[in-house]
Design a protein around this ligand. Structure first.
Ligand code: ZN
Length: 670
């Protein structure tokens, strides 16, 4: 394990600032701790609000992430008050939490970690707790006790598994009392605790203990190298993602019957090596390597084999049935597990899998957005690694189902869910916008993105597209948009872009067909090229993207939504706009036909008819722009109308046309 401590960086820091530095240094190493896991603490004497010397424990707030933690995310508590609890034999979680709350030095500080008392009861001033992969590889074994002894001798005590809280804190304190020279202890089926007189000592102890475990695992794992006779791992050639592109919308459909999810794919060679392994199905069902992951990963993944000769394209029906049944079986199993092991007074959480392993395809993870799916993904990538290593040195073992269920339905753990911000109206929705680099496309993309949608930006202008995607992703801090170059006039380009979109987010909910060009000339002077180009983009391009979207909506089985950005010219033609008006009229009429054809499968299709939008638009020549400088419709106005049609606010509306022209009697739909 790499030592990342920098004396230069730490030299100017002390107190909580040094704790922040140490915590981030640990947090940036994913083999030590992942996404909100682990915690750290500091003990020191400071003056309280009336100037009394007070011994204080600063502990990481519940749910915050170590790699990006700030000083405000640590909670200061009165240590002497906490220590009075050592005299108790037992204490319930709620009683303990309300006691802890009364020990807080600052009323507005975050809720302290559930492992607060463990940190309080151990005397060292600096204590760090991680779920290191290598440590979990040793403790996720049937005979973890003898393995720990083999690796560390008597140096490191092993504390038997109990759920974090008062009981674990007492056990840890007793283990320390028996062995006061120890500088670390290992929590069975859970993780590692190290400590020291200084922050650096405690950090280096973490590195030393983990490195020892890593060396042991490496030396003792000859079978982790490919064995003769083991099935060769097939690594996908670049074009063999097609099964994934066929599977993902079907899977998303089956997983989204109650609430929609984003689905992401990992088909890296190392991932496929695990998923394709003959033992993968059995090993994947053993359980998580530390219970801390369970809120994100559920107790078990869905292991899904594709039907032997499933038609991945076409109607998708046999594949849909197959996948639907597999998801149903998983759900039924989950309900049985819940009913059998549930603690009293809890309601069942979402019974759908978050991790899906598909031989030949890879690791798929789900979430309300790409960030949530990525967290689950990262946790499972480490799980695969721990399972592989643990199987190589022994037999991978996890907690029994009862302990998993107790953890999954533990109110202290579920509290973290209540810290999440409320979901936005278009959260869990995937939108594809054509012509996204233009003025209207950009406004629509920005508007829908702010409402929480995952947005696929397409255009022929690759450079502008990427700039917009970068800008929106910076705003959300996540890959909530993706830029995919697409030429709507080319069948292969449309097909490839849709495939790319599916592989990024798993499917599609809303298509905004917006790409368009405007050529202007009286018909007598109109060139055939201008006519053909207008038809190619505005009419044929619209047909090609709508056809692909309709196929996708059908295989997904979740309905769908198409918003057509047309023009007021469709209803109020003006002279010199023959190719524009005629091709846009074709676009609208096809939209109305699709509203009829899509009704059976819950697809809505609506039109927005804006007046000319001049600001930032590439559609119009400078001369024309000047001539029409008085126009007052903005791209934002169009964005608002598209948002209304894209959202559930208009859920019963289809085949409609909304003018966005500031009041133009000739363009009233009739
Ligand atoms: Zn832990």
């Amino acid at each position: 394990m790499r030592d990342r401590w920098s004396d230069t960086a730490a030299a100017t820091l002390d107190g909580v600032d040094l704790l922040v530095y140490a915590t981030r240094t640990i947090g940036q190493e994913p083999d030590l701790v992942l996404w909100g896991g682990g915690n750290t603490s500091l003990k020191a004497t400071v003056k309280d609000h009336v100037g009394r010397d007070t011994r204080v424990l600063w502990i990481k707030g519940s749910g915050s992430d170590m790699k990006s933690i700030t000083a405000k995310q640590f909670t200061p508590l009165r240590l002497d008050d906490l220590l009075t609890l050592r005299a108790h034999d037992a204490m319930g979680d709620e009683e303990m939490v309300s006691f802890q709350n009364r020990c807080m030095l600052e009323p507005g500080a975050p809720k302290p970690s559930i492992e607060t008392l463990l940190h309080a009861f151990l005397p060292a001033p600096h204590i760090y707790h991680t779920h290191a992969d290598a440590i979990c590889t040793l403790v996720d074994q049937t005979d973890s006790r003898s393995l720990i002894r083999q690796v560390y001798g008597a140096e490191v005590p092993l504390v038997s598994y109990v759920r974090p809280g008062f009981g674990l804190s007492k056990l840890a304190a007793e283990a320390f009392a028996r062995q006061p020279q120890a500088r670390a202890m290992i929590l069975d089926k859970h993780g590692l605790v190290t400590w020291g007189k200084t922050a650096k000592d405690a950090y280096l102890e973490t590195i030393r203990i983990v490195t020892k475990a890593e060396r042991f695992v490496r030396q003792g794992a000859p079978s982790s190298r490919p064995r003769r006779g083991t099935r060769t791992i097939r690594v996908s050639p670049p074009d063999s993602r097609t099964p994934a592109a066929g599977l993902m919308p079907v899977l998303r459909g089956a997983l989204s019957r109650q609430r929609r999810v984003i689905v992401t794919l990992d088909d890296e060679p190392t991932t496929l090596a695990f998923v394709n392994h003959p033992d993968a199905e059995r090993l994947s069902q053993v359980g998580p390597f530390t219970p801390d992951h369970i809120l994100h990963t559920k107790p078990r993944p869905l292991f899904l084999r594709l039907p032997e000769q499933a038609p991945h394209k076409g109607t998708g029906l046999p594949l849909a049935d197959h996948v639907g049944k597999a998801v149903e079986r998983y759900r039924d199993d989950y309900v049985r597990y819940f009913e059998h092991y549930k603690p009293t007074g809890v309601t069942m959480l979402d019974p759908h899998p978050r991790v899906i392993l598909v031989p030949g395809v890879g690791l798929l993870t789900t979430g309300k957005d790409r960030r949530a799916a990525r967290i689950t993904h990262d946790l499972y990538v480490h799980t695969m690694h721990v399972i592989q290593q643990a199987s190589a040195i022994g037999a991978y073992t996890a907690l029994p189902a009862q302990a998993l269920c107790d953890f999954e339905y533990w109110p202290m753990e579920n509290f973290k869910l209540s810290l999440l911000p409320p979901e936005k109206p278009l959260s869990r929705r995937i939108v594809l916008i054509t012509g996204a680099a233009g003025a209207i496309g950009r406004a629509v993309a920005t508007r829908l993105h702010r409402e929480g949608a995952s947005v696929i930006l397409t255009d022929v202008d690759d450079r502008k597209l990427r700039a917009l995607s970068d800008e929106l992703n910076r705003e959300s801090g996540e890959e909530t948009t993706v830029a995919i170059p697409m030429d709507v006039t080319r069948e292969d380009s449309v097909r490839e872009a849709f495939e790319h979109a599916i592989l990024t987010y798993g499917g599609l909910d809303i298509l905004v067909s917006n790409a368009g060009i405007a050529r202007s000339a009286p018909v007598e002077a109109l060139s055939l090229t201008d006519w053909n180009e207008s038809m190619a983009v505005n009419a044929t391009g619209h047909f090609l993207v709508c056809r692909e979207a309709m196929r996708l909506f059908r295989s997904q089985g979740l309905g769908g939504n198409i918003v057509v950005v047309a023009t007021k010219n469709v209803l109020a033609p003006g002279k010199d706009f023959g190719p524009y008006s005629a091709s846009k009229a074709a676009q609208v009429q096809l939209g109305r036909v699709l509203a009829v054809e899509g009704a059976d499968i819950g697809v809505r299709v609506n039109m927005v008819n804006p007046d000319a939008v001049f600001e930032g638009s590439g559609l119009w020549s400078p001369a024309l722009r000047e001539a029409r400088a008085k126009a007052y419709v903005t791209a934002l106005d169009v964005g608002e109308a598209v948002l209304f049609l894209a959202s559930d606010s208009s859920s019963k509306t289809t085949g409609a046309m909304i003018p966005v022209d500031g009041g133009c009697r000739e363009a009233f739909p009739r």
